[in-house]
Ligand binder design. Structure first.
Ligand SMILES: NC(=O)c1ccc[n+]([C@@H]2O[C@H](COP(=O)([O-])OP(=O)(O)OC[C@H]3O[C@@H](n4cnc5c(N)ncnc54)[C@H](O)[C@@H]3O)[C@@H](O)[C@H]2O)c1
Length: 329
């Protein structure tokens, strides 16, 4: 269904965008990547042309959309560090909210109606529901989560007015790397658990600190739902096919519906790498919910999504292969 379909991918030079555009490329989609390379890498683009433009540049985006004439825009471009968003909220509201609105305006003026949005479990934030269905209320714990929740509100209003049809995918913890280690996670600075643990195993970091072991969970550390980036990429393909079939706007959780504690992830990383590194306990980070686990029933039923890599050891193995390749370059 995606063969020769023109798709514009913002943030395609980043971690999740690059895995998705590779899958779209393998399906024969005709891809244009828009990325300002603020945290992306040219070498992550395996299909399609790169247009180095900021999504907030209205005239350039209008021109790009009018000349490429995509059927769908898949919008990954954003800043992603929740802690930084607390210190510098303007940076997040500007890039993640204002510039997304500019992008939607450019789409409207260019007559492009289909939109897939990278939302986040951060919109649920301090929820106490486990597992979390899409109908759970928004309780974002930081400006990053609030910027994502605000975009979802804008999308719903535009959709209600008949201006767009959209799918919002609320990712839980994206992790892992491509099986051939061609693509992987390269965030600078890195704030995600699995890459930080792997960098500690490699000796790049002297030790690893767990932020709090007094949470109301079986071992006291926070529990998260880790989803392999390739299963996440597949969710975008299904979402694109769904919108192209004429279906209504929808919101889907992307997670496996099971969680692992930080201590459990530490143990898996030590097992996969064969390295026993020092682990310290530090204070809690403000705004960290104890448990975030997706209820993925809706995406399975509506899109027929079938996760293939629901295995923490496999996730860590692919991430480890990628990390080892990164250090050999
Ligand atoms: N990584 C996760 O676990 C996770 C979880 C939930 C949601 N998300 C969301 O998924 C999306 C992708 O995350 P990622 O981990 O791949 O991040 P990333 O930083 O690797 O990729 C983001 C890409 O967007 C580009 N970009 C940022 N602002 C831009 C702008 N104004 N104009 C043009 N390009 C711009 C960057 O250069 C980069 O290539 C983000 O929207 C993020 O909020 C990620």
């Amino acid at each position: 269904m995606l063969k020769n379909t023109r798709i514009l991918v913002t943030g395609g030079a980043g971690y999740i965008g690059s895995h998705t555009l590779r899958l779209l490329g393998e399906k024969g989609a005709d891809i244009l990547v828009v990325d300002n390379l603020s945290s992306g890498y040219r070498e992550f683009i395996t299909y399609g042309e790169l247009k180095k433009v900021d999504i907030g540049n209205l005239s350039a985006m209008k021109e790009t959309l009018s000349s490429f004439r995509p059927r769908i825009v898949i919008h990954f471009a954003a800043f992603i560090q929740a802690e930084e968003s607390v210190r510098n909220p303007m940076k997040y509201y500007l890039n993640n909210l204002s510039k997304t609105i500019m992008l939607l305006q450019a789409m409207q003026e260019a007559g492009v109606e289909l939109f897939i949005f990278s939302s986040s479990a951060a919109v649920y934030g301090l929820t106490d529901t486990v597992p979390i269905p899409e109908g759970a209320p928004f309780r974002p714990a930081n400006p990053y989560g609030r910027s994502k929740a605000a975009v979802e509100t804008v999308l719903q209003d535009l959709s209600n007015a008949g201006a767009i049809r959209f799918v919002s995918l609320r990712y839980f913890n994206a992790s892992g790397a491509s099986i051939d280690a061609r693509l992987g996670e390269r965030h600078r600075p890195e704030t995600h658990l699995i890459p930080l643990l792997l960098k500690t195993a490699k000796g790049e970091l002297p030790s690893f600190t767990i932020y709090g072991d007094d949470y109301p969970t079986p071992d006291g550390t926070c529990i998260r739902d880790y989803i392999h980036v390739l299963d996440l990429a597949e969710a975008h393909v299904l979402a694109a096919e769904y919108l192209l079939s004429g279906a209504d706007s929808a919101v889907f959780n992307c997670g496996y519906g099971r969680g692992y504690s930080v201590r459990e992830v530490v143990d898996v990383v030590k097992k996969v790498t064969g390295v026993d590194f020092p682990v310290n306990i530090g204070p809690r980070r403000p705004g960290d919910p104890p448990v975030l686990i997706a209820d993925p029933a809706r995406i399975k039923q509506t899109l027929g999504w079938k996760p293939r890599y629901d295995d923490l050891e496999f996730i860590v193995k692919t991430a480890w292969e990628w990390e080892r390749k990164e250090s050999s370059q």
